[in-house]
Design a binder for this molecule. Structure first.
Ligand SMILES: Cc1cc2nc3c(=O)[nH]c(=O)nc-3n(C[C@H](O)[C@H](O)[C@H](O)COP(=O)(O)OP(=O)(O)OC[C@H]3O[C@@H](n4cnc5c(N)ncnc54)[C@H](O)[C@@H]3O)c2cc1C
Length: 408
């Protein structure tokens, strides 16, 4: 594609995305944006093609201390808050959703320890996650339990000073590359949700095994795989919270990690919009740039508007988390951000492919990868059907009758 240099306003940036960041956060965003453009973007197509975990991107994050973003200063992090993590994921995902996901899972896999860990557990695990020495994973899903996590079969039985875990998990992001896994298992198999407990499991624990790594449609550089526990003894001091609190912990984690997936979706959508815009400026048909055909202009306008609306919702949940909003307020807005940003990701990346015509379908152009990568954002961390159920459930808890006073 030709560079946009031919435009008379080539040096002006017109986009004014919603930007509630502080000066410090803006500086970090600009660093991530520069790294994304200069170091991540040139690798994106190759990461997708080779479908190999991009350890060089991990090194890049380590070198620039980006893994510290989700952590407090006392554990070696930057203490810059949830909104900052969201913005970093968005910037990385504009050019490479696999690399954006590495940041999102650093948050997802650590949140259980951050939210439910004792001081001793936090001191033991968080600094190694904040430095990026360890990548984490969040292990909830099993072959028979995805949306219905209470149906999980993995069991944990207390035996002296350790819990003995037997069972396995499926579709676990970072399987095989993580140093530590937050694993959910049933300590009371008869008790449904209240029988689930959460454990921190180090990857070198005897009885821990990594199984098949799945080939998949998109985010191909990210590992998604099976893990197994065969009479795996996990020290009792690695239990997070109390026995039976695992489901609550899992849901509290998701309330705070779904915005990360929303950010991945928004990054993909904005990246695809930016690419399609530049393409439409230079590709000519019927004697003029396709951007000047009204049907294409209309698509571009819708894409940009959807991205900006998604950004408003996403940054709102980031701000709510940073302001310490209670769980019951986070649940609905987090689900809304995940639902909207990721539906926008699928719509907008599909439109970007359409704007590029036949070229959009070719692997030579990044929108083809972006469209494949976008699909997963509607599925993981709770499918978008589940997000709709969550939002409706939260709505039904609200009492708005007083708003209707006087309505005939
Ligand atoms: C690439 C990838 C990475 C992943 N990473 C992780 C990870 O790191 N950790 C982890 O624990 N899991 C992970 N997952 C699992 C993911 O969260 C689940 O796949 C997802 O929650 C859906 O579960 P399922 O696949 O079992 O689908 P199912 O639950 O079987 O759902 C099948 C379909 O039915 C719909 N459905 C189900 N129940 C209802 C309902 N009550 N009402 C309406 N519709 C419903 C779903 O929306 C879906 O469309 C990952 C999955 C993938 C593909």
């Amino acid at each position: 594609m030709g560079e946009p240099g031919g435009s008379p306003n080539a040096n002006r940036i017109f986009t004014v995305p919603y930007d509630p960041l502080t000066d410090e956060q803006r500086e970090i965003r600009d660093l991530v944006r520069t790294l994304a453009r200069e170091r991540v973007a040139p690798r994106a197509a190759e990461i997708d093609k080779k479908a190999e975990f991009p350890w060089d991107m991990v090194e890049l994050f380590r070198e620039h201390e980006l893994f510290g973003l989700p952590f407090e200063e006392q554990y070696g992090g930057t203490g810059t808050g949830a909104l900052m993590v969201i913005v970093a994921i968005e910037e990385l995902s504009k050019v490479c959703a696999t690399t954006g996901l590495i940041m999102a899972v650093q948050e997802l896999g650590s949140l259980g320890i951050k939210l439910a860990g004792t001081d001793e557990q936090k001191e033991r695990f968080l600094p190694r996650l904040a430095s990026g020495e360890w990548l984490p994973a969040y292990a909830l899903t099993e072959p028979g339990s995805g949306s219905d996590s209470a149906a999980m079969r993995t069991e944990a039985r207390l035996d002296g000073d350790a819990y003995v875990l037997n069972g396995g998990k499926r579709f676990i992001t970072n399987a095989g590359v993580a140093g530590v896994y937050v694993v959910f298992a049933k300590t009371d198999p008869e008790a449904g949700h209240s029988g689930i407990s959460a454990f921190v499991v180090e990857a070198d624990t005897p009885g821990f095994e990594v199984g098949r790594i799945e080939p998949k449609m998109g985010i191909k550089g990210s590992t998604t795989g099976e893990i197994f526990f065969n009479d795996m003894r996990v020290p009792a001091e690695n239990l997070l919270g109390e026995e039976g609190e695992g489901f609550k912990i899992a849901m509290r984690v998701l309330d705070r990690s779904r915005p990360g997936i929303a950010a991945q979706g928004l990054g993909l959508a904005q990246g695809a919009t930016d690419y399609a815009l530049e393409y439409a400026r230079t590709r000519e048909t019927m004697g003029k740039p396709i951007a000047q055909h009204q049907l294409i202009a209309s698509m571009l306008a819708d894409m940009e508007t959807k991205c900006e609306a998604a950004r408003g919702l996403l940054y709102k949940i980031g701000q709510m988390i940073d302001e310490g909003a209670p769980d019951e307020e986070l649940t609905k807005v987090s689900a809304m951000a995940k639902l909207y940003c990721t539906d926008v990701a699928m719509e907008v990346t599909t439109d970007a492919v359409q704007i590029l015509g036949g070229y959009g379908y070719m692997q030579e152009y990044p929108v083809e990868r972006m469209m494949r990568d976008a699909k997963i954002t509607q599925i993981y961390e709770g499918t978008n059907q589940i997000q709709r159920l969550v939002i409706a459930r939260e709505m039904l808890k609200e009492n708005r009758a007083f708003l209707l006073a006087g309505v005939a």
